[in-house]
Design a protein around this ligand. Structure first.
Ligand code: NAP
Ligand code: G4F
Length: 345
């Protein structure tokens, strides 16, 4: 029997890479998709399967982290062996504008998942997508023993969710792990996170379609890794005999300024001619430096990062340049499959 995995946040950056990884490992993969007025399944295009055709066992279900009954029904129906809980309102700046919504989806949504597991009696292993944002203003290097001091409604919600996972492990013997992941990026990164905002702008400026890139705090330092390598760590965590919590990071940090400088350099443009500061992108309280110590993940999981900062920036710039060239030349046509991804609509 193939193992069955359920992924919340399957339409996001990490969810899409994780789905590919698990399908390649022979899993039957189920994904939770929230209803949107336009298609939100583009990142799954490469593994799409029409529900009427034979193919990789990928099944999508309408469900929402704000709707406890839909979560309970889904977990009872699918009976997954592993649950990867990646769904969240994941944008830190947006969380200052939507604090209550972020707490509900990112924080309480995790409790809804855990309660659904407990109530169903399922023996599913549970992965919680915890974040280095929980460390906030605590100085680096940050590891599993570093105290949390979150600096945003998002960070606060993730701390709540982290402790919920620990509590269900201790109180109800749920196999629950926290992966405390530092920033990880890729060509599939959402367009409003700073890395992708920069690499898209580089491609557009190169093509003469944009003349300025407005950014906020250039001095913030982040530990930036490559997303496909980070989802491998998620899977490894759930394969251990006992549940535990792990930091996943590269151990190196760079400023936003360095990211921008290098990204423009990739296409031979001087970033200073195009980047301007707009205080609207400043945060009410900032996380100045994140730099992780992933030695526990290395020792116990055998996990190591392989893509360095320079290569990550190059991969993202190359991808956005190609994407734009394909769009402009008309080579990129999103195949109209004629049918919805979702059953029943
Ligand atoms: P992402 O691209 O923003 O994806 C978030 C996912 O959550 C999307 O699939 C989104 O659906 C879904 N979602 C949002 N609200 C929902 C709701 N109410 N009900 C159901 N699904 C909902 O995030 P990511 O970068 O892949 O990150 C995955 C997880 O890891 C998140 O929990 C994030 O907070 C956490 N994390 C990320 C990083 C990082 O650097 N990427 C680091 C540490 C932790 P739509 O596609 O419809 O929007
Ligand atoms: O790319 P960012 O928006 O990512 P941030 O805030 O670090 O959060 C990401 O990583 C977390 C892990 O640490 C995840 F949990 C979270 O879900 C998300 O994936 O911003 C990075 C830095 C910040 O210091 C921000 O102030 O870039 C700075 N920045 C400067 N100008 C900007 C901008 N950020 C954005 N989004 N847009 C700007 O124009």
């Amino acid at each position: 029997m193939p193992r069955t995995a359920l992924i919340s946040g399957i339409t996001g950056q990490d969810g899409s890479y994780l789905a590919e990884l698990l399908l390649n490992k022979g899993y039957e993969v189920h994904g939770l998709v929230r209803r949107a007025s336009s298609l939100n399944t583009q990142r799954l295009d490469s593994i799409y399967r029409d529900p009427h055709d034979a193919g990789p066992p990928l099944v999508l279900h309408y469900c929402d982290l704000s709707d406890a009954s839909s979560l309970g029904n889904l977990i009872r129906a699918v009976q997954p062996d592993e649950i990867y809980h990646l769904g969240a309102q994941s944008h830190v700046k947006v969380s200052f504008d939507l604090p209550e919504y972020t707490a509900d989806v990112t924080g309480v949504g995790t409790v809804r998942m855990l309660e659904a597991i407990r109530a169903s009696g399922a023996r599913a292993r549970f992965y919680q997508a915890s974040s280095s944002e929980m460390f906030g203003s605590t100085p680096p290097p940050q590891n599993e023993g570093t105290p949390f001091h979150p600096r945003s409604p998002y960070g606060v919600s993730k701390v709540f969710a982290y402790w919920a996972a620990v509590n269900y492990r201790e109180a109800y013997d749920v196999y629950a792990v926290n992966g405390i992941l530092f920033n990880h990026e890729s060509p599939r990164r959402g367009e409003t996170f700073v890395s992708r905002k920069i690499t898209r702008a580089v491609a557009r400026i190169r093509a003469g379609l944009q003349d300025k890139l407005y950014l906020g705090n250039l001095e913030a330092k982040r530990d930036w890794g490559y997303a496909p390598e980070y989802v491998e760590a998620m899977w490894q965590m759930l394969q251990r005999p006992d549940p535990d919590d792990y930091v996943v990071a590269t151990g190196e940090c760079h400023t936003v300024r360095e990211f921008a400088e290098l990204a423009f350099e990739c296409v031979g443009i001087d970033w200073r001619d195009f980047v301007e500061i707009d205080p609207r992108y400043y945060r009410a309280s900032e996380v100045d430096v994140l730099m992780g110590d992933a030695s526990k993940a290395s020792r116990i999981l055998g996990w190591q990062p392989h893509t360095c900062f320079q290569d990550l920036v190059q991969i993202m710039v190359d991808s956005d340049v190609k994407l734009l060239d394909d769009e402009l030349s008309g080579r990129l046509v999103r195949a109209d499959r004629g049918r919805s991804y979702m059953p029943g609509d």
